[in-house]
Design a protein around this ligand. Structure first.
Ligand SMILES: *[C@@H]1O[C@H](CO)[C@@H](O)[C@H](O)[C@H]1NC(C)=O
Ligand SMILES: *[C@@H]1O[C@H](CO)[C@@H](O)[C@H](O)[C@H]1NC(C)=O
Ligand SMILES: *[C@@H]1O[C@H](CO)[C@@H](O)[C@H](O)[C@H]1NC(C)=O
Length: 422
C-alpha cells in the first residue's frame, strides 16, 4: 500500500513538474493557428478576443492603448454600447480590473448572462476594463522587447500598483472628461489598488468608490495547497530560472497553455475534469462543482492563464509567509539599502481613503476570509463588508460562476448606483 502511495505521489509530482515547465516554454510553432483550432472543434468563443467576443453577443467595444510612466504599453477595453442598455450612460465611468494570470476576457468568459462585464454594462454604466503588464493584451513596451529583454519581466504587484493602475485611471478620466471614477478590482486587481493608494495617495482621491471582490492584500491564511506550493516553488527557483532567461510564465501560447486549452475543450468529460482542477486550485476540501458550466470551462481555458512574470509569481510565495501587507522583500541586507530597515515597510492601508465595499466568499481558498477580515479592520473607510450567502462561494466563482447575477451583482449594482449621479 505504502509503495503504491509513493508511486502515485511520484506520478503526480512528475506530471505537475512537466505541466509547470510547459507553462514556461514557448515553442516556435505555437500558438496554433486559429483556423486550425476552429476546424478541430474548439468552441468559437474561446478563439475570439475581447472586441470580437463581445460583438458576438451584441455589444460594441473599443480598444484603447495606454502607456505607463515606465514605458509599458497596456490595452484597455471600453464597452461603448451594451445590448440591454437603451438609455444614456450613467457617470462616472467604472474601471474593472482582473486578477492574477487573468485578462479582461475573464469577465466575459461565462457569457452574457453571467459575465460581470456584460451585467455591469447592461446596467448602463460606462464600463472600462484594464489589462495589466505581462498579460497577452499588455505585452508591449516603448523600449524593451518582452521576447528579448528580461528586464521587461522584472515586475511585481508593486509596479502594477504604482504604474499600471494610475495610468489606466488617468486615461479613463482624460478620455471621458470626468474627475472621478468607480473602481472594481478582483483579487490582485484590488491588491494593486491598495498599493497605489499607499504610494500615490493623490490617485486614491480620483476614485469615488472601491469595490473589492475577494481583495488580495495579505495572503497569510491562504488554504490552497496547490497555490502555495506553486508560488513557493517559483520563489525557490526564481534565481536559477532567471539565469536561464525563463522570466515569463503561464503565457498564452506556452506549451502547457495550448495543451490545457486543447484538453479542456475536447469533450464534456475532460471539461468536467478541468473544472475540478480549477476547484482543487481553489480549495481541495469542498469544491463548488456545477457553478461553472461546461461551456464556460471550455471557453475560459482559451483565455487563461494569460501570463505574468516569474518574479510576480515568486512574490506571491513571499506573501503567503507574511502576516503583513508589505513591500517586496529583498532579504535583510538589501532591504537595509533599499528601505533603510531589515524588514520591508508595510503598505500604508490608512491611506486608502476612498470608500470601500468588500465582497468575498467563505469557501475561497486563495483569498481567505480571515485575511479579508484583517484587511477590512485596517482600511479606514469600509462602508460594507459582505460575505456571499452561498457557503460554497469560492475564488473562481467571482469571474466564472453562472450565478453572479444573483449572488454578487446585486450588491455591486446597489453601490455603483449609490455612487453614481443621474
Ligand atoms: C481583436 O480582433 C480584431 C479583429 O480580428 C482585431 O482587429 C484586433 O486588433 C484584435 N485586438 C487585440 C487587442 O488583439
Ligand atoms: C455538460 O456535461 C455533461 C456531462 O458531464 C453533459 O451531460 C451535459 O449535456 C453538458 N451540458 C452542456 C450544456 O453541454
Ligand atoms: C499613512 O496614511 C495616512 C493617511 O493618509 C497618513 O496620515 C499617515 O501619515 C501615513 N503613514 C505613513 C507611515 O506614511
Amino acid at each position: 500500500m505504502a509503495s503504491k502511495r509513493i508511486n502515485t505521489f511520484k506520478v503526480v509530482f512528475v506530471s505537475l513538474a512537466v505541466v509547470a515547465v510547459g507553462f514556461i516554454i514557448r515553442t516556435p510553432w505555437l500558438p496554433i493557428r486559429r483556423e486550425l483550432k476552429a476546424s478541430l472543434g474548439y468552441p468559437r468563443d474561446s478563439l475570439l478576443n475581447f472586441t470580437e467576443l463581445t460583438a458576438e453577443y451584441g455589444y460594441v467595444s473599443e480598444e484603447h492603448e495606454v502607456v505607463t510612466e515606465d514605458g509599458y504599453i497596456l490595452t484597455m477595453f471600453r464597452i461603448v454600447q451594451a445590448r440591454n442598455c437603451h438609455q444614456k450612460k450613467r457617470s462616472p465611468p467604472v474601471l474593472l480590473v482582473h486578477g492574477l494570470l487573468q485578462s479582461s476576457d475573464s469577465f466575459i468568459d461565462s457569457g452574457p448572462n453571467a459575465g460581470l462585464a456584460y451585467l455591469i454594462s447592461d446596467a448602463c454604466y460606462d464600463l472600462w476594463l484594464g489589462n495589466v503588464r505581462g498579460n497577452y493584451y499588455s505585452r508591449g513596451h516603448t523600449r524593451l522587447d518582452p521576447n528579448k529583454d528580461p528586464k521587461y519581466w522584472k515586475f511585481y504587484i508593486d509596479e502594477i500598483g504604482y504604474y499600471d493602475i494610475p495610468a489606466m485611471i488617468d486615461h479613463v478620466l482624460d478620455y471621458t472628461g470626468n474627475d472621478k471614477l468607480n473602481y472594481i478590482g478582483f483579487s490582485q486587481g484590488s491588491g494593486t489598488f491598495l498599493v497605489m493608494c499607499s504610494e500615490r495617495p493623490s490617485y486614491c482621491e480620483k476614485v469615488q468608490l472601491l469595490i473589492g471582490l475577494a481583495p488580495a492584500a495579505r495572503q497569510f491564511n491562504t488554504k490552497s495547497k496547490l497555490f502555495r506550493t506553486l508560488t513557493q516553488t517559483f520563489e525557490v527557483l526564481e534565481g536559477p530560472l532567471e539565469n536561464y532567461g525563463l522570466v515569463e510564465v503561464f503565457s498564452k501560447g506556452a506549451v502547457s497553455q495550448e495543451f490545457v486549452a486543447f484538453f479542456c475543450q475536447l469533450s464534456h468529460f475532460t471539461g468536467k475534469l478541468c473544472e475540478q482542477v480549477l476547484d482543487v486550485f481553489d480549495y481541495v476540501d469542498s469544491s463548488h462543482l456545477g457553478s461553472i458550466t461546461n461551456e464556460t470551462t471550455r471557453v475560459l481555458f482559451g483565455h487563461f492563464p494569460a501570463g505574468t512574470s516569474l518574479h510576480n509569481m515568486a512574490r506571491y510565495g513571499q506573501s503567503m509567509k507574511s502576516k503583513r501587507f508589505e513591500k517586496f522583500n529583498y532579504g535583510k541586507e538589501k532591504n537595509l539599502v533599499m528601505y533603510g530597515s531589515e524588514e520591508p515597510p508595510r503598505y500604508n492601508l490608512s491611506a486608502v481613503t476612498a470608500p470601500v465595499v468588500c465582497i468575498y466568499g467563505s469557501n475561497d481558498g486563495l483569498v481567505d476570509t480571515k485575511d479579508v477580515e484583517w484587511l477590512v479592520g485596517k482600511i479606514p473607510n469600509v462602508i460594507e463588508s459582505i460575505k456571499v450567502e452561498d457557503p460554497l462561494w469560492n475564488h473562481m466563482d467571482v469571474t466564472y460562476s453562472q450565478y453572479t447575477s444573483d449572488t454578487i451583482f446585486p450588491k455591486i449594482n446597489e453601490y455603483l448606483l449609490k455612487y453614481t449621479s443621474a
